[in-house]
Design a binder for this molecule. Structure first.
Ligand SMILES: C[S@@+](CC[C@H](N)C(=O)[O-])C[C@H]1O[C@@H](n2cnc3c(N)ncnc32)[C@H](O)[C@@H]1O
Length: 196
């Protein structure tokens, strides 16, 4: 009963946002009894391919990059990066169904030598190998990630579909197909992120 109430509260808050994620959450059902206790922090809504392409172009991904997609859904971001630019990638998703789907999509795309998907909580992952981080989460989740992102290697690129990082000033934003793509790079250790 508590889980159901929490889910409804979260859904109402998200539905108040005008984003596709907010609308999807508003239409989703609360978890039925017997489902895993740890619910996703945000529902699965795939990034349109045009936006995936824009995110990867802004991050200038290449064969020497290691891309981590946090909340990887059906795997389209790491898979596209591997297919087109030879990028190595890891996707993490809390939903085992999404992980199975993403690994099947990687196999179908012929990129399992470069990309894999694991089940887990993105907030508990070791992100240190990443040179590129991609996100399509929610504003509060992006802000919660900030202390972890600041510990990554200086110069690590961060790209987010539709949601900012609180008051971190993006180096670049692009508007495309009614979406916004944000770009930041991790500053040298110990230096705060420029606010704006
Ligand atoms: C909006 S979808 C984005 C999917 C994909 N990155 C894309 O852009 O197409 C967010 C994904 O995050 C996953 N997710 C939610 N909370 C999570 C958590 N704490 N740890 C890992 N994955 C999570 C959901 O299951 C969902 O697949």
């Amino acid at each position: 009963m508590t889980r159901r109430r929490d889910c409804l509260i979260a859904g109402a808050a998200l539905a108040a946002t005008a984003s596709p994620i907010g609308r999807a959450f508003a239409q989703s059902s609360p978890p039925a009894d017997g489902e895993p206790v740890r619910r996703p922090d945000v529902v699965f809504v795939p990034t349109p391919q045009s936006i995936v392409d824009q995110m990867l172009a802004m991050a200038s991904v290449g064969p020497n990059d290691v891309l981590y997609d946090l909340g990887s859904g059906d795997g389209r971001i790491p898979i596209t990066a591997a297919r087109r630019w030879g990028t190595r990638g890891l996707g993490v998703d809390i939903d085992p169904q999404r992980v199975r789907e993403a690994n099947a999509n990687a196999a179908a795309a012929g990129v399992t030598d470069r990309v894999r998907f694991v089940q887990g909580d993105l907030f508990a992952m070791d992100l240190s190998p990443a040179t590129v981080i991609t996100l399509y989460l929610l504003p509060a989740l992006n802000v919660k990630l900030r202390p972890t992102l600041l510990k990554l290697k200086a110069g690590t690129r961060i790209v987010s579909h539709d949601f900012a990082m609180g008051d971190w000033k993006p180096e670049r934003t692009v508007e495309l197909d009614s979406r916004t793509v944000y770009f930041w790079t991790v500053p040298p250790a110990g230096r705060p992120y420029p606010r704006g």
